[in-house]
Design a protein around this ligand. Structure first.
Ligand SMILES: Nc1ncnc2c1ncn2[C@@H]1O[C@H](COP(=O)(O)OP(=O)(O)O)[C@@H](O)[C@H]1O
Ligand SMILES: [Mg+2]
Length: 260
């Protein structure tokens, strides 16, 4: 069982899209996958469950704030054949009731995940767009790896990446987590544009072989899928979005197998 967080302190870089569609690609390969939605906006909750995030009875907020609640009581199955621990905006309030500096603010998720043992091949965590805070700390403390999605066409794509990596390293050292960067995933790329080419060069220079070879191209079917709460492969299995996420999920597994 490997736990992989998708993290970037920026919003709109493709974290949720990558979590949801990577999870779906893995489930299409007959793997058991759990998605934990740690972003209280609940976007992956909505896409995967096709339900309003507020309709879910037990959420990440309950999980982290109620010591007697086990993760198995929070897991729901979804039409995407991926299990999910949902969330909604109430999670902020629930988590804010935890005493400051309490172990639960740091190790709550990690401790609850112990109940799962070997139920899943992969657990993917959709992180909130933050550089610090209880939710991101819980994700870092619990994860084996993180994937850093980067928006391929934004000239600001690399801005703050240093800071993010340092912040994750600090939390890793403080919490004794074994989290490692698995790689940078370039999303929403249009390599035909000048901006796309320039940004790609800068990303290659910065990350070297840590950049995943698979690049997620800009694809309107991905947007349509998100708008209709579907995974892109369930909407159009021939779309570039579906093919790219299938290729990425394979590359992700291979990288994890190589690293151990
Ligand atoms: N490859 C892509 N092509 C086109 N649109 C995309 C692609 N990836 C993501 N999007 C769109 O970009 C927006 C932000 O993506 P999202 O995954 O929600 O980012 P984040 O979780 O980092 O905030 C969404 O509207 C999504 O539909
Ligand atoms: Mg998101």
């Amino acid at each position: 069982m490997k736990i992989v967080s998708f993290a970037n302190y920026k919003g709109g870089v493709g974290k949720t899209t990558s979590v949801v569609n990577t999870a779906r690609s893995l489930s299409q390969k007959e793997m058991k996958v759990l998605v934990i939605d740690l972003d209280p906006q609940g976007n992956s909750t909505l896409t995967l469950s096709r339900k309003n995030p507020f309709e879910h009875e037990k959420t990440v907020g309950d999980l982290l704030s109620d010591k007697d609640l086990s993760i198995k009581q929070c897991v729901v199955s979804t039409p995407a054949e991926v299990d999910l621990v949902p969330t909604n905006l109430n999670s902020y309030t629930l988590i804010s009731t935890l005493p400051p500096n309490s172990a639960k603010r740091i190790y709550g998720l990690k401790n609850k995940l112990r109940d799962l043992e070997k139920d899943y091949d992969y657990i993917l965590i959709d992180c909130p767009p933050q550089i610090e805070g209880s939710l991101i700390t819980n994700a870092i403390a619990a994860s084996d790896y993180y994937v850093l999605p980067i928006e391929g066409e934004s000239v600001y794509a690399l801005q703050g990446v240093d800071h993010l990596i340092q912040a994750i390293d600090l939390v890793r050292d403080d919490t004794g987590s074994g989290i490692r960067l698995l790689g940078a995933l370039v999303t929403m790329m249009d390599a035909r544009t000048k901006a796309g080419k320039t940004v790609m060069k800068a990303i290659d220079k910065y990350f070297g072989d840590m950049v995943f070879k698979t690049i997620i191209r800009r694809n309107t079917t991905i947007n349509k899928a998100n708008l209709s709460n579907r995974c892109v492969c369930d909407l159009d299995s021939k779309s570039s979005g579906c093919l790219d996420y299938q290729a990425f999920s394979k590359e992700m597994i291979d990288r994890i197998e190589d690293r151990g």
